[in-house]
Design a protein around this ligand. Structure first.
Ligand SMILES: NC(=O)c1ccc[n+]([C@@H]2O[C@H](COP(=O)([O-])OP(=O)(O)OC[C@H]3O[C@@H](n4cnc5c(N)ncnc54)[C@H](O)[C@@H]3O)[C@@H](O)[C@H]2O)c1
Length: 333
């Protein structure tokens, strides 16, 4: 038996990536039960993992001797699953987005705090070595006071109306591409900016996936309380131009830029260095970090607090786009 027993909630596409992580860290953390509303999926994942299958995750929470859950559900189901797991005293790893509205976020925070459990947001791209190196350089003051941060996460997505499922509808996804793939460059921006988001706006577009209710592309501007201004571009409609950075930051002494695998910083003094970093499976690193946090009783890199800050940015961006204004990031009690 692993030291930490996990109940997987939702055994679809992304669960496969998480499972690679549990296999890699099998002695410390492993899935011993799995719940999926589609019985065939629950049974198939159960067989694959040697885990007990359930079609109702609430039943799993009542019955199974588990320490934590891993929530891999469609977006509109995250809040209920987090609250149920917290009330059952289970620690939580939750896929992005944390939840969909300010009211849901307040409920999530309360449930986690009242029940004294740990919630880690599954923000896997934080585990890219280039991101960790950039954070280290920024915190060491290598480029001085940071003025701007940019992030990009765009790709040509060949979704069609038949393959999109719950992602095609705003009710179940919470919006469009921005709250889905766009969630990644948002948490990355938050992480690198190092402040709290104050206001945001967006231009949303539907360039190609016309059958979606929400946007297929977004450009977002965000101001943070430490003076950093962030810009992000995200799309399912197109590949970015070849030289587009994955992320960059500019400060008083110089800048740093990354394509996601290597990282270069360049100072106005002429000093420059490029780090070519070994690729890692970010999902494997994420599951290892979840285990480290629970066993070492240390704070995960992103908890519900950063999840709420990311959601705050996205809600303000959507509001700014809707009203053609710069919208404040709502403070969630
Ligand atoms: N980090 C990443 O790069 C990344 C990539 C893809 C998806 N995701 C996130 O993972 C989550 C799931 O996405 P996915 O692509 O795996 O979706 P999916 O549709 O492939 O899987 C969702 C699973 O949940 C099950 N389900 C639905 N309702 C349920 C319920 N009430 N109880 C139990 N099971 C239920 C479905 O049967 C399905 O098996 C989303 O939050 C998504 O944004 C993250």
């Amino acid at each position: 038996m692993p030291e930490i027993k996990v109940g997987l909630i939702g055994g679809g596409g992304i669960a496969g990536a998480h499972i690679r992580g549990y296999r890699e860290h099998a002695e410390r953390i492993g899935i011993t039960a799995v719940a999926d509303a589609v019985e065939e999926t629950a049974v198939a994942r159960g067989n694959e993992l040697g885990a007990t299958p359930y079609v109702d995750y609430r039943r799993m929470l009542e019955t199974e001797d588990i320490d934590a859950v891993d929530i891999c559900l469609p977006h509109h189901l995250h809040r209920d699953a987090i609250v149920a797991a917290a009330q059952a005293g289970k620690h939580i790893l939750c896929e992005k987005p944390l939840c969909l509205t300010a009211d849901e976020a307040a409920e999530v925070r309360k449930a986690v705090q009242d029940n004294g459990v740990t919630l880690m947001c599954a923000h896997n791209q934080l585990f890219l070595p280039a991101v960790a190196k950039a954070k280290e350089l920024l915190e060491a003051g290598s480029i001085g006071t940071v003025y701007e941060v940019r992030t990009t996460d765009s790709f040509y997505n060949d979704f069609d109306p038949n393959s999109m499922g719950w992602r095609a509808s705003s009710k179940t996804s919470g919006g469009g591409e921005l709250i889905d793939t766009g969630y990644h460059p948002t948490y990355l921006l938050l992480h690198l900016a190092g402040g709290l988001p104050v206001e945001a706006t967006a231009m949303l577009s539907t360039h190609r996936l016309k059958f979606m209710e929400g946007e297929d592309s977004a450009q977002v501007l965000i101001r943070f309380d430490n003076g950093v201004v962030g810009q992000l571009v995200t799309s399912w409609a197109y590949q970015p131009a070849p030289a587009t950075e994955r992320f960059s930051a500019v400060g008083e002494l110089g800048s740093l830029t990354s394509n996601g695998s290597s990282l270069t910083y360049q100072l106005r003094s002429g000093e420059t260095e490029t780090f070519d970093l070994e690729p890692v499976d970010t999902f494997v690193a994420e599951i290892g970090h979840f285990a480290d946090s629970l066993l070492g009783k240390t704070r995960p890199i992103h908890t519900e607090e950063e999840g709420i800050a990311v959601l705050g940015i996205l809600l303000a961006a959507y509001e700014g786009a809707r009203t053609k204004t710069i919208a404040p990031v709502l403070q969630i009690p």
